[in-house]
Design a binder for this molecule. Structure first.
Ligand SMILES: *Cc1c(COP(=O)(O)O)cnc(C)c1O
Length: 396
């Protein structure tokens, strides 16, 4: 195997539909044995045929590994992008993208509803390093315009649907105004996944993923990725990736490959189930508000219907009239929905963002409502999920 053969395989499938690319791109049968599934190349180093005589470019697994190359080619092909670089976590991907393209004195404009860990990395690591961070209501294009006019930003950071409020940002409109001001656009596409949303086609410069979520899809691996067409940024990211070393193991890469093959099927089923769950919550007397971009009541519904393809994702958030206590009683009473952080796996999960995933934004402009419950709707039978939520609501 060689990077070139994985890339050739990705090119061969470039004209096929996403579900086909997901299964075949970068998945060349092993040339020695014919193994149909990419082997887990669990080796740190590679024999050289004389000094510098590398076989197909492989020298050391921090720099390059065939299992990781196979995943990179598969993910790039699904996204229809030139490059994908896999990392050991979503935050490692975000860190390397930003650290390789920013220097002290540069500025980042961040949406006001993002994954808590992204905000923690920026506010507690990048700000002390000398990077300026401003937060804006990113769903408000006029506010974004005003911010971009007030000073130069290197990056605008978009998360849509956002975590945990499922706010929707118009990627094309944001990219147009950002590019007019010389600002690059990064989209964290973790919630939509490459199945439902294609930010690069809408004008984004870079897409990032926590592959821990829908791409891995089985709650058994932590990983991340940077996906892009821009060669200059790709080279910077690749250099820091190798210099700093936050790469996924061959086994992690293999789990991501396996997850990606069924992504299309899974995400569509997550979306169907989540829509049923969101519709079921709406109008329940205990519920103050349901956040799901697939509902007409959602402020971003029209943009989401245009920007997302084939569903609105598997995440639903609800606010309880009975406040934090009712939210806690509800989350403690479900039986099929497991109380746990994370999302995007086949099994349904439930959590309280203010106390769990988003505790790090407490007291900031990104603080989330205390009465909010976030559900990662899995791919179990929808009727069973609703029956479980129904019995829990009786106890809330
Ligand atoms: C989980 C998550 C991350 C961080 O990814 P890790 O793999 O946990 O490091 C980033 N963005 C979003 C939207 C997430 O949900």
């Amino acid at each position: 195997m060689s990077v070139a053969s994985f890339e050739q395989s990705a090119k061969d499938f470039a004209a096929t539909k996403l579900a086909t690319r997901a299964i075949h791109a970068g998945q060349e049968p092993d040339p020695i044995t014919g193994a149909v599934v990419t082997p887990i190349y669990m080796t740190s180093t590679f024999k050289q045929d004389g000094v510098g005589g590398l076989r197909n470019g492989y020298d050391y697994s921090r720099s390059i590994n065939p299992t990781r190359d196979s995943f990179d080619a598969q993910l790039a092909a699904i996204e229809g992008a030139k490059y994908a670089l896999a990392f050991s976590s979503g935050l490692a991907a975000i860190d390397v993208l930003l650290r390789s393209t920013l220097k002290p004195g540069d500025s980042v404009l961040l949406g006001n509803d993002v994954y808590g860990g992204t905000y923690r990395l920026l506010s507690k690591v990048f700000v002390p390093w000398g990077v300026n961070l401003d937060v804006v209501d990113i769903t408000d294009t006029a506010a974004v315009s005003a911010a971009l006019e007030s000073k130069h930003y290197e990056w605008i950071w978009v998360e849509t649907p956002s975590n945990p409020l499922l706010n929707i940002t118009d990627i094309a409109a944001t990219a147009a105004v950002a590019h007019a001001h010389g600002t690059k656009v990064a989209v964290d596409n973790t919630f939509a996944s490459p199945v439902l949303q294609h930010p690069l086609d809408d004008g984004a410069d870079v897409v990032v993923y926590s592959t821990t979520k829908y791409i891995g899809g089985h709650s058994d691996v932590v990983g991340g990725a940077v996906v892009l067409n821009d060669e200059e940024i790709r080279d910077k990211v690749a250099f820091l990736q190798n210099s700093a070393g936050a790469v996924p193991s061959p086994f992690d890469s293999w789990l991501d490959i396996r997850g990606l093959k069924t992504l299309d099927l899974r995400v569509k089923q997550h979306s169907r189930n989540a829509l049923k769950v969101a519709e079921w919550f709406e109008g329940k007397p205990q519920i103050e508000r349901v956040w799901y971009p697939g509902l007409e009541s959602h402020p971003g519904h029209e943009i989401a219907a245009r920007q997302m393809h084939g569903g609105f994702g598997g995440m639903v958030s609800v606010q309880f009239k009975g406040g934090l206590e009712a939210a806690k009683r509800f989350a403690a009473a479900t039986k099929i929905f497991t109380l746990a952080e994370s999302l995007g796996g086949v099994e349904s999960l439930i959590e309280l963002p203010a106390a769990m995933t988003h505790a790090s934004v407490s007291g900031t402009t990104l603080e989330v409502p205390a009465n909010l419950v976030r559900l990662s709707v899995g791919i179990e039978d929808a009727d069973d999920l609703i029956a479980d939520l129904d019995q829990a609501l009786e106890q809330a």
